[in-house]
Design a protein around this ligand. Structure first.
Ligand code: NI
Length: 267
């Protein structure tokens, strides 16, 4: 039986307000047996806790996205801000990661020092809680690698979600013990760079993700994404690697279980 582990989605997003329950109720019938809902700011981290309370096959990550770190800064007390995340992370055994955290230099008005500060602080939080991290990094490969090395992120572990860099960078992340998150972009007509990374990366270091509601696969590009489209990603990985799609599902399931440290405590 096919069992799919969706390692990165945002089902608290407004895009799902109209049909959230119906959609999630359809998951197991479509092979989606585990979902990690990812926080991006304080509110969505809180909403993630509500979702994992409601659905026993949902796991959660709490954390603040580099483009949303103002919500931490506004608290005006760094320790208090981190304590809010810590309390959320400790509130359930099914919070399995800190994320998404990282650097995003895509927009011109980016406050790089502020992003770095909260990236480092949230890496520290993950270390303290012994949780892996879900890293969001866009247009910021060199600084991400520098900070991760400096913070000894290899001891923390986790995933480079929605991987968008070169094979050369992937080697560095893989050497640090990180997994590579692969989603709809691998099916894009201009997804050649990610295809090369998938070619290079051993299957036992890849996890499946969607980043729903964003980044729907080529056939649905621009439309709302959901975990139901993971087969497009898995089939593309199977094609690249010349293996069966079942092998992709089985191996990536085991990878996700290992990466998020899912066991009798929180299964
Ligand atoms: Ni995301």
């Amino acid at each position: 039986m096919v069992k799919i582990f969706e390692t990165h989605a945002h089902y608290d997003d407004d895009a799902f307000d109209g049909d959230r329950e119906t959609l999630i109720d359809s998951f197991k019938g479509n092979g989606i047996y585990a979902v990690t809902n990812i926080g991006a700011d304080l509110k969505s981290s809180q909403n993630t806790l509500e979702l994992i309370k409601k659905y026993d096959f949902f796991y959660g990550a709490v954390g603040v996205h580099p483009s949303d770190v103002d919500c931490l800064e506004e608290i005006g007390d760094d320790e208090k801000a981190i304590k809010l995340l810590l309390d959320m992370a400790e509130s359930s055994e099914r919070v399995v990661a800190i994320g998404e955290i990282g650097l995003d230099y895509h927009y011109e008005d980016t406050d790089k020092p502020l992003q770095e500060k909260w990236f480092r602080k949230q890496l520290g939080l993950a270390r303290r809680l012994k949780l892996p991290v879900v890293i969001h990094s866009r247009d910021a490969a060199a600084d991400t690698i520098d900070i991760m090395k400096d913070e000894k992120a290899g001891e923390i572990g986790g995933v480079i979600h929605c991987y968008s860099y070169s094979v050369e960078s992937a080697k560095i992340f893989l050497n640090m013990g990180f997994y590579i998150g692969v989603g709809g972009v691998v099916t894009f007509k201009n997804g050649r760079k990610l295809v090369e990374t998938v070619e290079y990366t051993p299957l036992d270091r890849i996890v499946l993700e969607t980043d729903s509601p964003y980044l729907a696969p080529q056939d649905y590009r621009g439309k709302r994404n959901s975990s139901l489209y993971i087969p497009y990603v898995a089939e593309k990985i199977a094609e690249i690697k010349g293996i069966s799609v079942d092998e992709v599902y089985e191996t990536t399931w085991n990878n996700a279980v290992k990466m998020y440290n899912i066991n009798s405590r929180n299964a």
